[in-house]
Design a protein around this ligand. Structure first.
Ligand code: CO8
Length: 257
């Protein structure tokens, strides 16, 4: 049996690829355990500064695996804590995770992409929350992250009518930050990830943490959090190196401390 999640290290970037092409990368426990293990490995590795999560040309992931879920009953999903146990490792990562999305990102696939810090899409990408059509609903953040990204009206439209959004709309609506032709998507994503990974890792992590506060705190609390994080960068060797390098007109050599 082929591995359902592939990993590759490219310089300071850790790549994770979902690999169930026969099922449009539908997500099950094996896939999510594989993604979780890869995220854990990259999180522990001081030589990794950014993570990229991708699928294949036809699908990032067409949702949770319907075949796998169809006979679950309430007891099983509630007591077994379905999804909560291992499906949100990406959200818990402290290093940035960039999703490179081609083709379908539906249901849990769309939710998985939205757990990432950035989404780059190819012009073939399609985002949607079609769970309603199969008698269930988004369960991994679709009803919570979508309204924050696109507003109530569009979130309602996507979740209640199963409307699929193409890459151009997704960019206009703020779901994705960049769109590329599909043959350039991975290279461009890796290039951006490399840029991030070569910056000071503690600074990168503080920026990610601060932006995420914007969703979870009042403006006053968020601004205070940001200010304290900013102050703490002055305790880093990398701040001294970054500012000296700028003034000496040379490239900084960050040591990630
Ligand atoms: N689960 C299992 N198998 C799937 C899934 C899926 N979600 N999506 C596609 N497949 C399989 C098909 O069954 C088919 O298999 P086979 O060749 O053996 O018949 C193969 O992939 C190719 O698919 P299609 O033949 O259907 O390809 P089409 O190009 O005709 O259609 C679509 C592509 C439109 C993407 C279509 O496959 C589709 O509608 N898929 C289902 C989409 C869906 O409903 N997704 C939501 C699932 S529910 C969910 O995600 C709940 C989220 C809970 C939280 C998750 C946390 C991360």
């Amino acid at each position: 049996m082929s591995e359902v999640v592939l990993r590759k290290t490219i310089g300071r970037v850790g790549l994770i690829q979902i690999n169930r092409p026969e099922a449009l990368n539908a997500l099950n426990d094996d896939v999510m355990d594989g993604i979780g293990a890869a995220v854990d490995t990259y999180e522990r590795d001081d030589n990794i500064g950014c993570i990229v999560l991708t699928g294949n040309e036809r699908a990032f992931a067409a949702g949770a695996d319907v075949e796998y879920m169809k006979d679950f009953d309430f007891q099983e999903v509630y007591k077994g804590n379905f999804i909560s146990r291992n499906w949100e490792k990406v959200r818990e990562a402290r290093k940035p995770v960039v999703a490179a999305v081609s083709g379908y990102a539906l249901g849990g696939g769309c939710e998985l992409a939205m757990m990432c810090d950035l989404i780059f899409a190819s012009d073939t990408a399609r985002f949607g929350q079609p769970e309603i059509k199969i008698g269930t609903m988004p369960g991994a953040g679709g009803t919570q992250r979508l309204p924050r990204l696109v507003g109530k009206a569009k979130a309602m439209d996507m979740c209640l009518t199963s409307r699929m959004v193409d890459a151009a709309e997704a960019e206009r609506w703020g779901i994705v930050s960049r769109v590329y032709p599909s043959d350039r998507l991975l290279d461009e994503t890796l290039e951006a990830a490399k840029l991030i990974a070569n910056c000071s890792l503690p600074v990168v992590m503080m920026i990610k943490e601060s932006i995420n506060r914007a969703y979870e705190s009042s403006l006053t609390d968020g601004l205070l959090f940001e200010r304290r994080a900013f102050h703490s960068t002055f305790g880093l060797d990398d701040q001294k190196e970054g500012m000296s390098a700028f003034l000496s007109k040379r490239q900084p050599a960050f040591k990630h401390r």
